[in-house]
Design a protein around this ligand. Sequence first.
Ligand code: PEP
Ligand code: MG
Length: 755
Amino acid sequence: MLDTLRRIVQEVNSASDLREALNLMAHRVREAMGTEVCSIYLLDEAEPKYVLMASEGLKPEAVGHVSLKLSEGLVGQVGLREEPVNLEDAFSHPRFHYLAETGEDPFHAFLGVPVIHQGLVFGVLVVQQREARRFDESEVAFLVTISAQLSAVVAHARATGGLHNLEENREHNRASFFTGLAGAPGAAIGTGVLLFPPAELNAVPDRPADDVEDEVQRLEAAVEQARTEIRDLGERARDSLGVEEQALFDVYLRMLDQHALAGEMVERIRDGNWAQGALRQVIQDHVGTFERMEDNYLRERAADVRDLGRRILARLQSNNRREPDYPESCILLGDEITTPMLMEVPRERIAAIATTRGSRNSHMAIVARAMGIPTVVGLQGAPLKKLDDSELILDGFRGRLIANATPELRQQFEDIIEEEKTLLAGLEKWRDDPSETLDGVRIQLQVNTGLMTDIQRSRERGAEGVGLYRTEIPFMVRDRFPSEEEQRAIYREQLEGFAPHPVTMRTLDVGGDKELSYFPIDEENPFLGWRGIRLTLDHPEIFMVQVRAMLKAAEGLDNLRIMLPMVTTVFEAEEAQHLIHRAWLEVRDEGVDVSMPPVGVMVEVPAAVWQARAFAQRVDFLSVGTNDLTQYLLAVDRNNQQVAELYNAYHPAVLHALVHVVEQAHEEGKPAGICGEMAGDPGCALLLLAMGYDSLSMNASQLLKVKAALRQHRILFARQLLNEVLAMDNGQVIASYMDLQMRKAGLGDLIRQAG
Ligand code: PEP
Ligand code: MG
């Protein structure tokens, strides 16, 4: 059974589209279970109804035409109950709904299982048999297992647009909406530009070949280079491999022959695709053929074809490093867009970003917010390859990407973009006013930075210094560790840019989802692994160089503060303080005139919350990183779209932890601040003010909105809100309550939801 299952899954996964996958599945399941019928009904959300999408055994003309309402028939019953329905005689069931078009009269036995993904019913998988009998336990288990696999296929088809018929919508002048999570606020209209990581074959889109001969030449050069590479590998392996393995190299060389793969690729180019797209098509076809083979040995050759494809692609891409032509207003699209990928596109051309992976608090979303770029992450159902080079609208308030917008919808978004500009211009008036409530209670408003461009943007918004400078960002955009002098120069710009206001520099915080290409960390569970201070204390040479660079950069300015990420034990704080002191003595000995900077820790893990007092006794300030603290308190991966709904900074556990931290810091006479995303939310900012936090550090784009919220209210209002929410025990209720209160208080436009 296991073998049958594996084969079905493999075949279905290598199908070229959803329709083929469904047909294959219906065919194979009927065969494996020995039933007369296997049918797949999928949910059409627009109507809503279950549509017969594939069937082996029912009349072929019924496929695509027959449908059942959600509560109709046995199929509807399976969907409603979200569990298998196993009937000896379907006809005698009160829910049985006869569909003449399917020709199902003679089938008595019925087994239907729901196709469920992430708690949502996507469809129903049914087998039927003429003879009246109950299906046994192993048959039910088999169909449930197959259905779980089918749900993944359908979810993938949704995620890649296989279900949304973009072309059909276009023909009927209907807009296509793809939903995701709001990553960074704002709306934009622009041209889709698909960014894809190098050497990732499946990510390559089809694009028209600008110059067919040129593309053919590029491909031939890349194939030739790959042949040389394979020949060299074969030579090198001569002594270590057996005759059989050596023969494989000849097979590879033959595959790359003009008459084999390479020839097919050239044909595809001549049909109009660019070289990279032609390569992907041909390799995918052949991989599919091999994967469908019965013979184990031949099936494994699929991996070889894939490897050849990757080699040619790598050559093609490195030979082909022309500056891409970015349109005026790009909506960058990608499964995942890393910070370095983002940096390759000129900032003035980026109108918005949309990705299928990630969630609101993943690093890319934070960088996008810092850069003020409207962003949607965790996008569902967007056929990225098909959206490349078409006009799109991105709604970063509600987390949507829209294609084929009607003129009315486009106009609506043009108005929203205009209104947002007006709102921001209106906020300008608060720029030079102190950040205090109507009755004069002050809180420092600072910015989170990481890029050079942040300096100008932050100053324009009247920031009182930097509460978090993410030093990993300049590390991420390089291909090696920056030297001490390179770091000094970068840090100097930040310190000078904000002097005399303080600049809080966080020591290198990599690990988790922040990777350095030149310092790979391979861990099963990176968020609970080697990250932040854990890593830098294990590498004092990296830590010391960085701290020395910071100290040297602060000479004559003395506005540096050093902050330690991911601290879990007091020992880590003491050890880091000791190293910082040593670095300070060293640079002083070298003649640098700088005072010992204040050193603080970030409260990002629950352990630090409960030891806040012990930390406050040792260091100069505490700063709560609510992004990580929320993730660790709630055990919700901040990058995992599947659990994004559970990630809620209004969860009572988070709010009570925040109250505890500020109380403990103040008991020791030390200031406490917030530097997570929560600080930039006008509603949260009021609560944090009422808790007694001394500073809030946020994206520059949120600063004036937060200031506007503070300046229009009294501290009493904030304290009342805080008391009310602290008495509640449900984070979602708190979030809705805060939303309502913000609107009632006239702050609705600051927390806008577009559309
Ligand atoms: C945080 O965790 O809240 C934080 C500010 O750090 P980062 O988002 O860079 O992990
Ligand atoms: Mg953090």
